[in-house]
Every structure is written in structure tokens, then in C-alpha cells.
Design a protein around this ligand. Structure first.
Ligand SMILES: [Zn+2]
Length: 219
């Protein structure tokens, strides 16, 4: 039996040549047009907080939107291929206007091992692997680990969230990252405190450079 393929944005039927999203949803996606060679609003999230070379996100994130549906399906409905789809898309954008050898290693924001076991996969793995492919970089998910299984404390202030999250990440084998340019990848950037905590763990390494790529950013 042939099951019709459905659009992850609107649940409508996909036609020949359409992948993951129908043409209408694809044309309505709020692309940021951010890249790695011009300063943008995601770079500015990290100003004065941690030293980041470049930062960018593919989409603007809004509640009840095509982007939210995509990320929800990727995270909670086992639709891992959506991460690869977004990584391919963003990889082509980010490669433009930057040196071929810009990025050495791609590292995903890690899940705690209990959460990883429960979900079965890290939702940013496919995205990160595709970005690594486009940059000719290595993908490593064994170096940065999450040491405590905490919930996101959304009601606390940015400062308290930062205090609470700064020790949650641990870098194994920092020598592997010495004098390398790391691309840290995540799904949605809201306050930036998760990525900041990861960057702080990485920055203990000598000569490291860090850039950031996310699927979406809350405007
Ligand atoms: Zn659609």
C-alpha cells in the first residue's frame, strides 16, 4: 500500500518533487538570510558574553508556525531526516563567502545520556553531520558531554539560568580541539544560555575558535 507523504508544515499532501515540505510552506519559511561573513542579530546575542567568531540561524522561530511544526516533528516524532534536510539547506548557505577550510570540527549541543536513551537520538545530530559534510569538517559528538540532567529553567532570569547551566557541560580530551575552529550546533536559540555554557566549556582549550549554527532563532 502506498501511504501519501505529508508536508511537515501544513500536513497537506506532498506531490512529486516535493521533499518534507510542500512548495507553499517552503516559500513561506521565515529565512533569516544570516550568514558567516556579515554581522547579524545572532552574533549580537553573544556580544559581551562569550567570544564567538560567527553565529547564524537558518529561520526565525515563532509559535504555531511551519518552523515550530518542523522542529517538533524532528524532536518528538522521530523524524530524524528533517535534521539532515535543514543541515543540507543551511550548509549551502553558510559555505558561501567563507574560506573552504573555515571549520575543522562540528560539535552538537549534547543531551544528557538519560535523555538521549529516552529520545533515541540527539535531534541536532543529522543537522550537524550535514553541516560537517558541507564544510569538509569532522563531526564529533563524543567530546562535549552533558553532566547533569536538568530541566530548562524558563522562569529564572538569564543570569540565574547562566549560573545554573555553566557547570552542566564537560569537555573530554581538550587536546583534540587545540587550535581548531569548532562549529557548535543547536536547534533553537532563545536566550543563548545553553550555547554560552557549551562555549565556556570549550574555551578552556588552547587556541580554540568557536562559531555557532542553529536551525532557528527566536527574534
Ligand atoms: Zn505545507
Amino acid at each position: 500500500m502506498l501511504i501519501p507523504r505529508l508536508c511537515f508544515g501544513c500536513n497537506g499532501r506532498l506531490y512529486r518533487g516535493e521533499q518534507q515540505l510542500c512548495t507553499v510552506c517552503r516559500n513561506h519559511l521565515p529565512l533569516t538570510e544570516f550568514n558567516f561573513h556579515e554581522e547579524n542579530a545572532v552574533d549580537r546575542i553573544f556580544y559581551g558574553r562569550t567570544a564567538i567568531c560567527s553565529a547564524a540561524a537558518l529561520f526565525f522561530y515563532q509559535e504555531e508556525s511551519i518552523v515550530q511544526n518542523l522542529i517538533h516533528a524532528l524532536k518528538y516524532k522521530g523524524q530524524k531526516q528533517l535534521g539532515e534536510f535543514l543541515g543540507d539547506w543551511f550548509g549551502e548557505i553558510l559555505r558561501q563567502g567563507v574560506p573552504n577550510d573555515l571549520i575543522d570540527i562540528v560539535i552538537p549541543v549534547p543531551l544528557h545520556k538519560k535523555k538521549l536513551r529516552k529520545r533515541g537520538y540527539n535531534q541536532v545530530a543529522g543537522f550537524g553531520r550535514k553541516l560537517a559534510y558541507h564544510f569538509g569538517a569532522e563531526y564529533r559528538d563524543d567530546l562535549l558531554i552533558k553532566t547533569a540532567n536538568t530541566r530548562t529553567q524558563t522562569r529564572k532570569s538569564r543570569w540565574y539560568r547562566w549560573l545554573g547551566s555553566r557547570e552542566l557541560y564537560h569537555l573530554r580530551n581538550p587536546e583534540a580541539l587545540e587550535h581548531r575552529h569548532i562549529l557548535l550546533v543547536d536547534d533553537v536559540i532563545t536566550t543563548g544560555s545553553t550555547l554560552e555554557a557549551c562555549a565556556l566549556a570549550l574555551q578552556k582549550t588552547e587556541g580554540i575558535s568557536i562559531s555557532i549554527a542553529a536551525m532557528a532563532v527566536v527574534p
